[in-house]
Ligand binder design. Structure first.
Ligand SMILES: [Zn+2]
Ligand SMILES: [Zn+2]
Length: 760
């Protein structure tokens, strides 16, 4: 029998060819295997029919742990046998629209970790030890196929020992492109903040000691630089907060191991599974009763973002110190992408850190850490990046066309949709300036290159002034492609429906801001969408509230609160004057706000759920200034964690609008009577019950069986829990995101879905 197989999925960079080689030999077959230029693998087999059949069984049953087979195309050929043995051939450049992709970066595997600790192993204490089952992939690959010369490992020719393992079919590093050892692989070195090299026999452990002694370090990893510091000492953290202009934004931390995590945080079995998974995301964990890290790590929050080491280097940092965890936050100057190049790091981080821990391997593509949390046993993505990108989201239906979605503005990603696969880029960040715009373009082009696809439609947000809208227009024009603009919350809802393969749903979408079809600021919406239509119906929303001073109000929630209270007939002037110190221009500003209020004209309105939570946050004294995205709402959730619905306010509806002014008045009037945590909880309960009941009512009228919850606020545990209860009690299905971020990191995906599935 002579057969040619084309296999697609994640089959390069996961030890697939060595595996094929082994099962071909085992089954006595001749022929070859090779990587293709489209990230797929081609196999040619010659031998007895029963042996080919047994090979096919092995192929599906024994494939390497990280490999993912999407499709096997096989053609039987006639003619005489040509091969007398089985060989791994040089890769071909041949490519078609295969839907295959290279894998994400993978955390160090247990076997490599054991070798790292084994004094008899030649890679003992080698900080970049890897094999076919682990190591960087996405961040080192410049082009396909995945061969060493197409990666940034090209600059490190294999030594004799590594070469021998690379050529040995019985070895775990047979054809492992990242194989390296202390002899031939990348080297780590320490420098001062100005780049002068410091002589150290063991630079990685020395870096650990420097951290423990209270220094701030920039540490180069797989996808970029981290800023690292002690989690116990105030001084370095204070310095970091001042120089990074991050007064309150929580720092992610890396803990030595699971035991260390459990010493300061609660860990459920689902959280443990996520923490230790090969993707090693940052997981938001509730601080426990023994939490003793510096209050400067995650100020005024009930949770802290924790990850486990994912390279040998990270493990070694903890070897010679007593510290259980270090701060490990992405090194990026304000509104800039994460720093990835050594020169760039010296230039931009030199004033922030005391030392650098460099290595001399180039990073081809930057990639921030992923961030997740759990809702019970469900995972929620806050950021889907390292460890996940560029692995596709598999859909149950096929897109009509190849589409690219460029996302919105904040926490952005790009998405290429091809057939039944959505390839979402790594986290790009807030696309507000040249640097992040360039990064978004690079990330999009890299997706094109990796998927061998070029979109036939460009999709972007409805906002006329977003940088991504301008970019989309330019891309569409340059390639002569149609451009489609999708409303922000529609994109959220469409993404959620696609994740669950639904034709139609009523979706509650809550977040901070999205440009509405009427040009107004939306953010607390109930939408009815279908897969077939590029249009949607807005069924209801939160009560529009004034934003005194426009955009400034989203920075200073006192402004939102005063406007809302005035609407509810409360004279909040004395309260505002009392709290005027929390405004940048104090009493003068408070007086101006009062004047503006009296005039009542020229004020922008919003239905944003985020702004309501902000206002409550200010009324309760939880947060007066948003110094980072989502801060007042996050702190309000923290305040509500141990509360109950003491206010027990029945949702007040004005037609299809949920009243929020009365809600805020009740909070204001009960400030002395009820506890802060009960009031904070009551607000969550009111909004969730009110929106969910309205959505249920609408769904029943429309005959729709599913109600979804999307938008950044869907990451909120309390809102999601109360909403689920309300929807399920009504006998309807409740949908949430599990594969794609609920927040704006999922917008590009939703846009691509609308562009790919709807009829035009
Ligand atoms: Zn390994
Ligand atoms: Zn070597």
């Amino acid at each position: 029998m002579r057969v040619k197989l084309n296999i697609t999925g994640i089959v390069q960079g996961v030890g697939f060819r060595p595996f094929i080689y082994r099962i071909a030999i085992k089954n006595g077959l001749a022929g070859y295997v090779r990587n293709r230029g489209d990230a797929g693998v081609e196999i040619f087999l010659e031998g007895k029919e029963q042996n080919v059949k047994s090979f096919m069984r092995d192929l599906t049953e024994k494939k390497p742990p990280l490999a993912q087979i999407d499709a096997i195309k096989s053609i039987e050929l006639s003619g005489k046998n040509q091969y007398d043995k089985f060989t791994i051939y040089k890769s071909s450049e041949e490519a078609e629209l295969s839907g295959s992709i290279i894998p994400p970066d993978i955390a160090i595997c247990n076997e490599c970790l054991a070798e790292l600790r084994d004094p008899k192993n030649p890679r003992y204490e080698y900080f970049f030890i890897t094999c076919t089952n682990c190591g960087p992939r996405f961040t080192i690959i410049e082009r396909l196929p995945y061969d060493r010369e197409n990666t940034t490992m090209r600059e490190f020719p294999l030594c004799g020992f590594c070469q021998k393992e690379y050529n040995d079919p019985a070895n775990r590093r047979f054809h492992a492109q990242t194989v390296a050892c202390p002899e031939c692989g990348p080297k780590a070195y320490l420098t001062t903040r100005t780049g002068e090299q410091i002589q150290a026999k063991d630079p990685v452990r020395e870096a650990g000691k420097l951290l423990s002694e209270g220094n701030v370090l920039a540490i180069k990893g797989y996808g970029g630089f981290h800023i690292a510091a002690s989690t116990m000492q105030e001084k370095p953290l204070e310095a970091l907060r001042t120089t990074k202009h991050r007064r309150e934004k929580p720092f992610a931390i890396m803990a030595k191991n699971l035991g260390a995590v459990k010493s300061f945080a609660e860990v459920t079995s689902k959280e443990q599974e996520l923490l230790s998974s090969p993707a090693r995301p940052i997981v938001l964990l509730n601080k426990n009763a023994n939490y003793n890290l510096s209050p400067l790590v995650a100020p005024n929050l009930h949770n802290v973002g924790v990850m486990l080491p994912y390279t040998g280097l990270h493990y070694m940092l903890f070897d010679q110190v007593d510290d259980l965890a270090f701060v490990m936050t992405s090194a990026n100057p304000p509104n800039q992408p994460i720093v990835k190049d050594n020169d760039e790091a010296l230039k931009t981080l030199g004033s922030t850190v005391d030392y650098f821990l460099f290595h001399n391997r180039k990073i081809a593509h930057r990639c921030d850490d992923s961030v997740m949390r759990t809702h019970g046993s469900r995972q929620v993505f806050l950021r889907r990046s390292r460890g996940y990108a560029p692995a596709p989201i598999r859909l149950k239906a096929k897109s009509k066309r190849c589409v690219v979605g460029l996302g919105g503005e904040l926490n952005n990603t790009a998405c290429v949709l091809l057939d039944d696969k959505a390839f979402i880029s790594q986290h790009v960040g807030d696309v507000e300036n040249v640097e992040t715009r360039v990064f978004l373009q690079e990330a999009t082009n890299h997706l094109y290159q990796l998927t061998n696809c070029h979109a036939g439609i460009v999709v972007c947000d409805l906002h006329p002034k977003f940088t991504t809208t301008t970019l989309a227009k330019e891309m569409a024009e340059a390639d002569g492609l149609p451009l489609i603009q999708v409303q922000h919350h529609h994109a959220h809802a469409a993404g959620l429906m696609a994740e669950h393969n639904l034709e139609e749903a009523v979706t509650v979408v809550c977040d901070g801001y999205g440009y509405g079809t009427d040009g107004e600021a939306w953010g607390g919406e109930i939408l009815f969408c279908t897969r077939e239509s590029s249009e949607f119906k807005r069924l209801g929303h939160l009560e529009p509230q004034p934003l005194l001073g426009g955009d400034v109000a989203s920075r200073y929630p006192l402004r939102v609160a005063v406007g809302m209270l005035a609407k509810a007939g409360v004279n909040a002037e004395p309260w505002l004057m009392k709290n005027s110190a929390h405004l940048p221009f104090g009493e003068t500003e408070a007086n101006l706000i009062i004047e503006q209020l009296a005039k009542g004209c020229g004020t922008v309105e919003t239905t944003s759920c985020g702004r309501v939570l902000d206002a409550v946050s200010a009324v309760l004294g939880v947060c007066y200034e948003r110094s980072y995205e989502g801060e007042p709402a996050m702190k309000l959730e923290s305040a509500a964690v141990n509360g109950k619905d003491a206010l027990n306010l029945k949702p007040i509806m004005h037609g299809d609008t949920l009243d929020t002014a009365t809600l805020l008045r009740s909070v204001f009037e009960n400030k002395q009577k009820l506890s802060m945590s009960d009031l904070a909880y009551s607000v969550h309960a009111y909004l969730a019950k009110g929106l969910a009941s309205l959505a249920v009512e609408k769904a029943l009228v429309l005959g729709v069986r599913a109600v979804g919850f999307s938008g950044g606020a869907a990451c909120n545990q309390i809102l999601a829990k109360v909403m689920r209860r309300t929807v399920e009690e009504a006998g309807l299905r409740f949908l949430v995101h599990e594969a794609v971020p609920a927040g704006d990191g999922g917008v590009s995906f939703g846009q691509a879905v609308v562009g790919g599935f709807s009829r035009f």
